[in-house]
Design a protein around this ligand. Structure first.
Ligand SMILES: [Zn+2]
Length: 155
């Protein structure tokens, strides 16, 4: 390999964080503002791609009618109509009427190949999507309660 090519590769690797910070620019709020607004768990999950312990979140066993929004920016993400009891310990959805607000990105962390689900509006980490959901979609959005804020239908 030509020395110039190697230099270019190293340069691309070193400048990768610039691309990440450009993504962060999509956020309207600064990290400080978000931190002040969220609980430590909500911050860890949405901003540091954490995962709440199964069967502990606010919504894994919660089936009221309403809309689930992003805890960080308020974007609509999921609806109670497609929420189902998957038994996995996290809120599970077989579909979303708000796919425009949801982005799916490959995630190779923890030695697994998964598809991460993030809020398109603010990049908050929401959870992962799997293809073992119920028919007709066969999709299971496995989402952390800590990423969500539930808005009851009556309001
Ligand atoms: Zn958001």
């Amino acid at each position: 390999m030509h020395f110039g090519t190697i230099t270019l590769l190293v340069f691309i690797m070193l400048t990768n964080p610039i691309r990440l910070s450009a993504q962060e620019n999509r956020q309207d709020m600064s990290k400080q503002e978000i931190k002040a607004k969220l609980t430590p768990l909500q911050y860890k999950v949405t901003q540091e791609k954490g995962t709440e312990h199964p069967f502990t979140g606010e919504y894994w066993d919660f089936f009221e009618k309403g809309t689930y929004t992003c805890i960080c920016c308020g974007a609509k993400l999921f609806d109670s109509d497609t929420k189902y009891h998957s038994g996995c310990g996290w809120p599970s959805f077989s579909d979303s009427p708000y796919k425009d607000n949801i982005e799916e990105v490959p995630d190779y962390s923890h030695g697994m190949v998964r598809v991460e689900v993030i809020c398109k509006q603010c990049n908050a980490h929401l959870g992962h999507v799997f293809n073992d959901g119920p028919k007709p979609t066969g999709i299971r959005y496995c989402i952390n309660s800590a990423s969500l804020k539930f808005i009851p239908k009556s309001k």
